[in-house]
Design a protein around this ligand. Sequence first.
Ligand SMILES: N[C@@H](CCC[C@H](N)C(=O)O)C(=O)O
Length: 289
Amino acid sequence: MSGYRFLKGHGTENDFVLLPDHDGTIHGALAPERVAALCDRRAGIGADGVVRVIRTAALAEHDPSVAGPITGDEPPEWFMDYRNGDGSVAEMCGNATRVFARHLLDEGLVPADQPVRIATRAGVKTVTRDGDTFTTDMGTPTLGPSSTVTVGHQGWPATNVDMGNPHAVAFLDDLAEAGRLLEEPGYDPAVYPQGVNIEFVTRVAERHVAMRVHERGAGETRSCGTGACAVLVATAIADGARSGARPASEPVTYRVDVPGGELTLTWTPDDHVLLAGPAAIVAEGTTDL
Ligand SMILES: N[C@@H](CCC[C@H](N)C(=O)O)C(=O)O
């Protein structure tokens, strides 16, 4: 057998090709064309994004800018090098953190009895496991200026929530209003100069919402973990369950339904967002792509 190793995994059907490249010797700078070829759903393996599993020290050799967000005395050994399906680099992927942690645990690359610390371009994330549920501490959300998002001729006000990557959250009466999302929705490039992930949300019940997402660099996907975090923050503020600015005395928890499953989101009193959900590895093999 020739080629290099890959695994295929998903978190609530947000799917990824994992590339174990521990010392950064196989993929060098990981060309965007290779990422796009792997993610191609007809000519490739098919995925929303690629996750390179690489030692933090090895990636820092190719890309010194990754060292910035990973401060502290003990940087995690493993770096989640995330690329969108179009080959672009993304700072963060919430669903991929769970799949990444599961992979490290499955392969014995981290101790089984401790939380898994992962280095990312958006800082260090810690994942804990309880059976098949993986919970990632996604850190503190940042609110930005509101704007308008559009699909065709229809527009909605959107809450701006940064989870390490940018999000615009729009509330709809019915998720079908967003149409087929075959094209990128409109957004204000002055507010989002690096592009944006756009979430469309509708209320289901108290502390329970459903969402669809159009991801930057991937199109409409079946789930988005950082998007679900942004939805929690926007909804909790809209519901008066939490103020963006004021510390809270109690955690606020929402169920967020995505087309690919269900996520549980908690905004803690100390202003962290916890993302909980499943993570699966479904295949592995080798590829020449
Ligand atoms: N699906 C991910 C987010 C992936 C990156 C995003 N498309 C971006 O460009 O910011 C998630 O689960 O958070």
